[in-house]
Structures are given as C-alpha cells and as structure tokens.
Design a protein around this ligand. Sequence first.
Ligand SMILES: [Fe+2]
Length: 423
Amino acid sequence: MKLGKTTKLVIVFLSLFVILFVAYYTVDIIANNYVSASYEENISLTGARLSDEFYSSMTKAATWESATGYASQFDFEVYNTGNSNLSNWIIKIELPSGSKLENYWGVEAAFDESSCFLYLKPTYYNNVIYSGENIVFGIIVTMDEVFTPTEISIKGYKISSELTDMIKRIILLLIIVLIIVFVGLLVTRVNVRNYKERQRNDVKIILQSMNTFINFIDAKDPYTRGHSRRVAMYAAEIAKRMGLSEDEIQNIYYAGLLHDAGKISVPDAVLNKPGKLSDEERKAIQNHTVAGGKMLLQLSSLRGVRETALYHHERYDGTGYPDGLKGDIIPLYARIVGVADSYDAMSSNRVYRRHLNKDEIIEEIQKGAGTQFDPSIVKYMVDMINDGYVNVVKMETAEADDDHEKFHLTEDDIPGVYMGFQQ
Ligand SMILES: [Fe+2]
C-alpha cells in the first residue's frame, strides 16, 4: 500500500506525540516514586503550628446520637505548604477506645481497633500531595463519648522533583513545538497543493493557447505536421538529461513549441514549394526567425521563448542566421532547440526527400558537432536516438500508414515534468 505524503506526515507526527506523551507519564511515575527522604510530622487541628510544611484544618460537620453512642462527621483539609511534594502518605488519627469507623471519603481508611489508630491512605488519584496543593477527605465515626481530635500525624516520602519537573516542562514544550510545526506543515501542504493545482491550470491554459496557435502553423505546412510538438518534446528531454531545473525544462518546452511561430508570416507558396528556391524565396523562409522574434516580443513572461524563435537557426561556428551569432553567445535554449529541430527534420519525410535512417541521422548530427551544433548538446541527442527515446523506425511505420495523427502530440503525450505536473 502506497501512502500519500500527508498520510506519512500525520503518521510521523502521531508517533512523535505518542512517544512524548509516554515519556511525560513515565517521567511522572518515576518522579512520584523517586524518594529522597522519609518524612513524619504531627499537625495540629486547633490552629497551633506544629509543622512548617503541613497545615490542616478540621470541621466537625455534625454530631448525633446513635444506638451505640455518639456519631460524628469530621471534614479535613491538609495543605502542603512546604517546597517539596509528599508521596505515599499515611495520616494517623488517634480515636477513643470503642470507636467505630462508619464511613469515609477522599481516602482509603482502616481502623485498628486494638490500638485505636485510624489510618488514612491515598486513593489512586492523590498518592502525591504536591507542594502548594491540598487534599480533602472526611470520616464518620461512632464513639462512646463526645470527642474531637486535636492532632493528626502525617507520614510519607519527600520526592525530589526539580529535575523531573524540568524534564516534564521540556517534554511539554516539545509537545507544543510539535503541534505548531505539525499545524504549520499541514497548512503549507494544503497551500502547496492549491498552488500546484493553480500552476497546473496555468500550464494547461498556456499549452492550449499554444496548441491553438501551432495548429495555424501546421495548417500552413502539412509536411511538418506535429513538428513543433515533437521538437518541444525532444528539446525538453535534452534539457532534462542536461540536468536543468524543472522551470527551465518547462520553458524550453514552450520555446520548442513556438520556435517556428514566424512561419506564419511566410507565404504558403514559398513554404510548400517542392523545387529549388530562389534567393528571394530562401530569404523569405529564413525571415521566419526574425518574424517569430517580433511576434513573441510580448511573450516576455515565458523566458527564452522569443530568443529561441529568433536564434534557432544560428550555427555554433557563427555561419547561421539571422545574426551570425557564434558558440555560447547563442542562447542555450536556441542551441538545444536547434539540435532537436534538425533531428526532427532529418527523421521526417519532406516534400523533396524521404527521411534519413537512424545511422545516417547519428552520423549527420555528429558531423555537425562544433560547426552547426553545440557539441555538448549533440551527445544527449545521440544518446536519445541510441537508447530509443526517439525512434525513427516507429515513425516510418506510422507515416506509411498515413496516420499523421499519431504525431499529433497533446499534453498527455508529454512526460509530466515538462508540464509542471510532476508531483
Ligand atoms: Fe525554424
């Protein structure tokens, strides 16, 4: 089962939460049982100060006559006014002989009839009387006479809590930080997802607009049908193999799609002329670069697209057109698209010739390295031919079937990376 990134995130954070909570309660248990010193003290119930660390108040809530004598209800509060916590405490109250414990609450109680001592122990919840806190409990006792206790004794274990309190505070802080980070990451993921969705839509709109435009170019020159899309795809693959960033690959794809946009200004008769071209006609065709550059002047938001249309027929040795740029002065996108463009020209049938076979194409491209093409780009194109990314034979079969639609690439044919769709 493949888990989504968000699910993984939730699992990781939940695990961390569980670990921290377990750690917190483990430290708590250790702290409550880490005894540093035993403690025993008497506490006055009459207001006299017998202990610096504990203070107790008692209320005789009610007294009534019963069948065996007198019944009294006593309500107690014991305050820990010291600096340390007291764990596993026992409170001892001496009662007159013949007393009977009738009821109790807030504590576990046991009456030793032989010694007449009433022992009160913590319930599960108040094993520790924390510094600054109190416990409340009550008893009902029947006695032969009317009696009011004046003193209780408290016994227990002082627990050293400084270190464990600090650890608990650190754990709590970590839990808070974790919650903040978790919420932050979730919000970011949702935003990124929305952003990607928007970006996807933007790319779709750009591509649909470009495809519409490219259809005009294709309509003018049926022999190069699908040319712009194929060049775009090859150029993007070269860029990918060169290790360029996703944004650059995306832009090169756009640049490839629009590199021949200027052809729209070349007269059909010239563009589709089967025979030899006159100088003037050749000039008109060559002018598609300058015309493309002008047309795409407004498309400055897609970096490199205009330069590619303008310079994709420049040659690495400086003998190309329109400006005779040389070497690395030719913009990178134009150099890449130049190689992809030539590969597609060689691997497609033209009105005046059939396409070349695989070996001939490789030979031609390698021959052009350093003269027509940037040699560092040529090697990627040759790799693509050799490893079958581009396939001349497959194209030949398709063309023989006269099924040009097979080359009518849509965004679905393009690997996700070029579309900005890669997740
Ligand atoms: Fe061109």
